[in-house]
Write a new protein. Structure first.
Length: 105
């Protein structure tokens, strides 16, 4: 399992206009102000929609399990862990990031 550092993820996503900020016990990742990703406990998750979710499920990727929702749902079923093979390929990571940002629109 890969444990991405925020600075490495942001570097790989260049030249996309990506920023990050602390949120809900992790780091939210944004493309032009649109939330599309989250880093929690060294794991990168991307936002999904009905079209993109299958790419994560086919690879056995799990849903985000936030620590900050003790009374709410135990998972966030629209945010899935980014596969290791995508994390190590900057071009693919950018592609998946753009798709994740589009899932918010």
């Amino acid at each position: 399992m890969m444990f991405p550092r925020l600075d490495r993820v942001l570097r790989q996503l260049q030249p996309l206009p990506v920023t990050a900020r602390n949120t809900f016990g992790g780091r939210g990742v944004y493309l032009e102000g649109t939330y599309f990703g989250f880093i929690s406990d060294g794991v990168l998750y991307f936002r999904t929609d009905d079209e993109s979710r299958s790419a994560y499920l086919e690879r056995g990727m799990g849903e985000l399990q936030p620590k900050y929702r003790p009374r709410g749902p135990k998972t966030v079923d629209r945010n899935f862990r980014v596969p290791d093979e995508i994390l190590v390929n900057a071009a693919m990571l950018r592609e998946w990031a753009v798709r994740a940002a589009a899932a918010r629109r």
